[in-house]
Design a protein around this ligand. Structure first.
Ligand code: GDD
Length: 323
């Protein structure tokens, strides 16, 4: 079974290459021309360089690989960056998805595709919601940021390809995920990196944060990728699945957990630059449909992932200081 993973050089891509290779898939990793995979990952897959915004190049890639499955991870995946780079976000997340779906439907044997969308698509909860409810896949989408709107658009385009061409696309709405290797534009690695720098004496003992009141549903990236494997195997084409833990944690709680694992006393301060023009206060997943169709359950506790992420940043700073 051949799988093509787009955006394979990203945070989730590394875990996906490992899990699909372990399952016996022939893994084809699509990365940008300037990107390189770590040597241990190169040994597990065939690497292809491509530009998602070049429709002909995407077609050529799919014709070469002839994949049975596609995991489409390539995207501009940061909400914060989408406020600063709206055009890039729209190009990659919408036009890039169209390029991929268009190329896929032209293959003689259409592959099963897992399209990675976001919990952010739900956005503002309905007025009558109590603010603590789990969102399920039937709830209306009310995106409140550019990233979320592009992901909702991509999902609707996928529904058109499924209805018009029978292209077997399965859509995911992924809730927050984290772990070792994630870039520090996201909240947990941002806090962990700052904490590790403080422990090394590289900055004053103050962590700068954005909005600590938001509540998000966090899952370990390894559990998330396990759900992607299961969905590509037994998810229903044309359907949408939430992937998350089903529990929301306040960002302030996540920060407290990080601070309590640190070897030095650290204060925190709000950095106005990190506050967003608008954001959803609460997101937590109803994952009944995913569990029913695949049997998936998260296995790795948040405390473990926080500890692994902090350990990753301590080690990373050590390595960087040697260079
Ligand atoms: N990045 C960041 N940095 N976020 C902070 C900070 C900070 O210093 N302080 C507070 N936050 C808050 C953000 O305002 C947001 O409410 C929450 O922490 C999580 O922010 P991010 O980690 O940047 O992720 P996100 O929720 O915007 O988006 C992530 O989750 C989505 C699914 O819910 C990404 O992984 C998306 O790709 C994903 O679709």
């Amino acid at each position: 079974m051949r799988i093509l993973i787009t955006g394979a050089a990203g945070f989730v891509g590394a875990y996906a290459i490992r899990q699909f290779a372990e399952k016996g898939y022939a893994v084809h990793a699509a990365v940008l021309p300037q990107e390189q995979l770590a040597v241990d990952l190169q040994a597990l897959c065939t690497v292809h360089h491509f530009d998602l915004l070049d429709a002909d190049a995407v077609c050529a890639l799919l014709q070469t690989v002839q994949p049975d499955r596609i995991l489409h991870l390539a995207a501009q995946s940061s909400v914060a960056v989408s406020w600063k780079k709206p055009q890039l976000t729209a190009d990659l997340n919408i036009k890039g998805t169209v390029n991929l779906l268009e190329a896929a439907r032209k293959l003689l044997h259409m592959p099963r595709i897992l399209l990675i969308g976001s919990a952010e698509e739900y956005g503002r909860l309905p007025e009558n919601a109590d603010g603590l409810q789990l969102v399920n896949e039937t709830m209306p989408l009310r995106p409140v940021n550019i990233y979320a709107a592009t992901k909702a658009a991509a999902e609707q385009i996928a529904a058109v390809y499924y209805a018009a061409y029978d292209l077997p696309v399965i859509c995911v709405r992924a809730f927050n995920h984290f772990g070792p290797g994630q870039r520090e534009i996201f909240v947990v690695p941002d806090f962990c990196r700052q904490a590790a720098e403080i422990e090394c004496g590289l900055r004053e003992p103050v962590i700068r944060t954005g909005n600590l009141d938001a509540k998000r549903d966090f899952t370990d990236v390894r559990d998330i990728v396990r759900a992607y494997v299961l969905l590509l195997e037994s998810g229903r084409a044309g359907e949408i699945y939430n992937v998350g833990s089903g529990k929301a944690a306040a960002i302030s709680d996540i920060l407290s957990q990080i601070l309590s694992s640190c070897t030095v006393a650290i204060r925190h301060e709000i950095d106005p630059e990190k506050l967003r023009p608008a954001e959803t206060s609460y997101l937590a997943a109803d994952t009944g449909k995913l569990r029913c169709d695949t049997g998936w359950m998260p296995e790795i506790p948040t405390a473990q992932t926080i500890s692994d992420t902090l350990a990753y940043w301590r080690q990373e700073l050590k390595e960087r200081s040697k260079v």
